[in-house]
Design a protein around this ligand. Structure first.
Ligand code: PHE
Length: 447
């Protein structure tokens, strides 16, 4: 077992799992959803749903993973009996496919972030033509930066759990936090920022009961905590048996929410500073511009209006985005790589190159058929697969796995867990409430 690797400390796990959770979903997705979904009302609904639905599913993944200490497919198979084995394979493979497909579109977007980072660097050096090439959408640019981003992701995963995932998460996550705080503080001093702060906190509560808003918030909560694809399960499989799982899970959820809320304090005021400086942020019909133009047109336009400070701000902003994306993409690639090494017995380095290369091919396919595939893959993975697989995880924990075995797993590292509030609520909660709520929301979204 030792050959599998294990996080060397509690902090290492929390930073790695928070690194997975905190990504483009927090810094890009969340603020945009807030801005287009009733401001504080979305923040409020999102936080409630994270505790109500996402945290319990996160715990299901962590407990299953640490119990089996194997890749996701075998972890679920271990829990199943002869009659549920097919369901276990279905869940495991579907999760692995979803993780790979999420990586395939995520790496394209991350490549754009990387390109903009280089663009800002070229700008700093006065290379305007080069900068223009970096920031303009072209097939060549997209391919080159997507491949570069895979190279980064694969090189970390190939090094394994401690020297790859753990080492890079513990280096990059503190950097991410510092960058974020610096950027928030700087944007806050700019004219127009106050309007953004006001809108961010001002909830339009008439929106809270809006089913679309609730569904968006649920999707956001699942995506943001990296749920329903086996990522947290496989990270859970590298947690030592002496750690307290409910507490670790809570730390990760709180960090994830915290950074999403912080990201709102960065992106939303920045939008209003942009508006103050004459950049358009609403279209003719009064709707917020689409989310990709907000990040890749509005923010760069804002940085342009800020002179020398804008160049630096732009470098910091796009390095923040790239770091956030990288600590998430490694966790996606880890799902199929763990399967290739644990279940197929492949050597880790080889597995990383092969699996990474395969997923890269999917990205290339998407880049060449962008209009037809990009939105489709995002909808299939984040809107449908993640909540449904999350539901299946609840079914395994609630209905298939023997409850005393679950308790024994939790008790390792959490003495007296049988009397804890967590144990009094969680088992029946994942058995009945989570599946029902997910189904209900799902049914509404299809209707
Ligand atoms: N949680 C990541 C984000 O917010 C995305 C992600 C989804 C990562 C699924 C891993 C698995 O950007």
């Amino acid at each position: 077992m030792a050959a599998r690797g294990e996080f060397s400390s509690r902090t290492a796990f929390v930073l790695a799992a928070a690194g997975s959770a905190i990504g483009l979903g927090n810094i890009w997705g969340f603020p945009i959803q807030v801005a287009s979904n009733g401001g504080g009302a979305f923040v409020f609904t999102y936080i409630i749903l994270t505790f109500l639905l996402a945290y319990p599913v996160l715990m299901a993944e962590l407990i299953i993973g640490r119990h089996a200490k194997r890749d996701t497919v075998s972890s679920i198979v271990v829990l199943s009996g002869p009659r549920s084995r097919w369901l276990a394979y279905l869940t495991g493979f579907w999760g692995m496919l979803t993780a790979s497909l999420i990586l395939s579109f995520y790496a394209i977007v991350a490549g754009w972030m990387l390109a903009h980072f280089f663009g800002a660097g070229a700008n700093l050096l006065g290379q305007t033509d080069l900068k223009q090439w970096f920031v303009s959408n072209s097939l060549t640019r997209n391919l080159i930066f997507c491949v570069a981003f895979y190279a980064l992701t694969i090189s970390i995963i190939a090094r394994g759990v401690t020297s790859g995932i753990e080492r890079w998460s513990t280096r990059l996550m503190p950097m991410l936090l510092v960058l974020m705080v610096l950027l928030i503080a700087y944007i806050a001093t700019q004219p127009g920022a106050a309007e953004g702060w006001r809108i961010y906190w001002q909830p339009d509560f008439s929106q809270v009961a809006n089913p679309d808003l609730v569904l968006d918030a649920l999707g956001q909560a699942f995506f943001s905590l990296s749920l329903g694809v086996g990522t947290m399960m496989v990270y859970g499989s590298y947690i030592s048996k002496s750690e307290n799982l409910p507490r670790l899970g809570a730390s990760v959820a709180i960090l994830d929410i915290g950074v999403a809320v912080l990201a709102g304090l960065l992106v939303i005021p920045a939008m209003y500073v942009a508006q103050h400086n004459g950049v358009t942020i609403y279209d003719a019909a009064g709707n917020l511009l689409a989310s990709d133009s907000l990040i890749f047109t509005v923010l760069p336009a804002l940085f342009e209006t800020m002179g020398g400070a804008g160049v630096i701000t732009s470098i910091l902003f796009f390095s923040l985005m790239t770091i956030a994306a990288l600590t998430s993409s490694i966790s996606m690639l880890e799902v199929p790589v763990a399967y290739a090494s644990d279940s197929l017995g492949m050597e880790r380095r080889r597995a990383s190159y092969m699996v990474g290369g395969l997923v890269l091919l999917i990205s290339v396919l998407i880049i060449f058929n962008f209009g037809a595939l990009f939105g489709l893959v995002i909808a299939f993975t984040t809107k449908y697969s993640e909540p449904l697989i999350g539901l299946l995880f609840c079914v395994f924990v609630g209905w298939i796995w023997a409850r005393n075995e679950i308790l024994q797993e939790i008790q390792q590292g959490a003495e007296g867990a049988e009397n804890s509030l967590f144990w009094r609520i969680w088992p029946n909660y994942v058995k009945f409430v989570c599946p029902l709520l997910i189904l209900l929301l799902f049914w509404r979204s299809l209707a």
